[in-house]
Ligand binder design. Structure first.
Ligand code: FEO
Length: 392
């Protein structure tokens, strides 16, 4: 699809509606977009290709948008294959094109396309590419979320080409091509951010500090809608997310139950919390629900209750896997409360304590509650006390 962003800048990305799992791990019920951009000036620059799954379609769109011209530059902001997948096909079609990228990206280029030779130009922080009226300024964004990443700023139209930053899951034919057409941007942008960039809060903070003084008028990410209205809302969310701040007041309950006993306790705790005035209680059944959404909610709220069954003398694997993922994502600065269940030798609580104990600034509050097989009337007082502790 071709969309005009400014008089000289085009969106030339593609939608992928048949993808089962993005990065072979994230469900994308609304598909995925691989964004690509074209700057038409005295010189012509493409900013990033797309996933090879959509290569033929993208090359057709590019040719139409070029209107008979030939591209001079391909700016490679990120070498992950969902953006670099068509570099070879592009350079075979336009052999004079020059690839502009960081030195690290050029190393990766040779790793992905071993034995191929390319016309390349390495750029570093602050370097520019003169296209005519437009000048692209390059800003390094190492570890957002790969080490070779850079973003690009068009000085004339103040468009920030943001690589994966400010991206979201979802095809643009479904959620709209521009941010103002997308009435629930944050939902899938948050799930995307925390699962893909969550570990890299500090580098995202560094990037924000570099791009904010530029006062972009448009943010053009490599996934999701082009943002051009009320940019403060997106920038504020990115600041909260990357500083591990609390976005929404409330409690997130995550539960991993084998036969339903632990699930019943967790659902009961939700009722207790709501009765005590908790403004919002989000809930995830880790055995059934999307884990990426559970990760998102763990970051969104400042307080979490984890209720889990014991298994094989340890922690039931859906809860173990969830905690392992939180460790990988550098989950931090949160309060947690624990509920374990076990029929003969409850062991989940010990493992949960150890795993949370290894995380940064994670405080276990209240007395962990141990359920024996099924919740009983005698457990009520301990659950009430746990609810008070997590709400304090
Ligand atoms: Fe969209 Fe990190 O690739």
């Amino acid at each position: 699809m071709i969309k005009n962003i400014t008089s000289d800048i085009r969106y030339i990305g593609v939608d992928d509606l048949d993808l089962d799992l993005f990065e072979s791990q994230y469900v994308v019920p609304e598909g995925m977009s691989y964004n690509s951009y074209l700057v038409l000036d005295d010189k012509v620059a493409i900013l990033d290709t797309v996933d090879a799954r959509k290569g033929e379609e993208w090359l057709r769109i590019l040719e139409e948008a070029l209107g008979g011209r030939k591209p001079d530059y391909l700016v490679v902001q990120h070498m992950e294959p969902d953006h670099s997948g068509c570099i070879l096909a592009l350079t075979e079609k336009y052999p004079d094109i020059r690839i502009v990228a960081t030195a690290k990206a050029l190393v990766f280029l040779n790793q992905f396309f071993e034995g191929k030779s390319f016309n390349t130009q390495a750029v570093k922080e602050g370097d520019t590419l003169e296209l005519g009226a437009h000048t692209l300024q390059f800003i390094l964004a190492a570890m957002v979320h790969w080490p070779e990443v850079m973003v690009s700023f068009d000085r004339k139209d103040k468009v920030l080409f943001a690589a994966d930053a400010f991206g979201k899951f979802g095809a643009l034919s479904k959620c709209g091509y521009f941010g103002e057409e997308d009435d629930d941007w944050a939902c899938e942008a948050r799930r995307y951010y925390f699962n893909i960039c969550g570990k890299y809060g500090a580098p995202v903070q560094v990037l924000l500090k570099k791009v904010l003084p530029l006062q972009p008028a448009v943010i053009a990410p490599l996934h999701g809608p082009i943002l051009r209205k009320d940019l403060g809302q997106y920038l504020d969310l990115y600041n909260t997310w990357s500083s591990y701040g609390v976005e929404t007041e409330g409690v997130f309950i995550a539960c991993a139950s084998i036969h339903g006993g632990t699930l019943a306790v967790a659902e009961h705790l939700k009722e207790i919390l709501l009765a005590k005035g908790c403004p919002k209680v989000a809930f995830s059944d880790l055995t059934r629900d999307d884990q990426a959404e559970a990760v998102e909610d763990a970051f969104r709220y400042g307080r979490m209750v984890l209720a889990a069954s014991s298994y094989d003398g340890g922690l039931f694997s859906p809860a173990y896997n969830f905690l392992h993922t939180l460790q990988m994502k550098s989950w931090q600065k949160r309060k947690v409360a624990l509920i374990e269940n076990g029929t003969w030798a409850p062991a989940a609580g010990k493992v949960m304590k150890e795993m949370f104990g290894a995380m940064k600034e994670v405080e276990i509050v209240g007395e962990p509650v141990t359920i024996r097989s099924r919740m009983k009337e005698s457990d009520q007082a301990a659950l009430e006390a746990l609810a008070d502790a997590i709400l304090q």
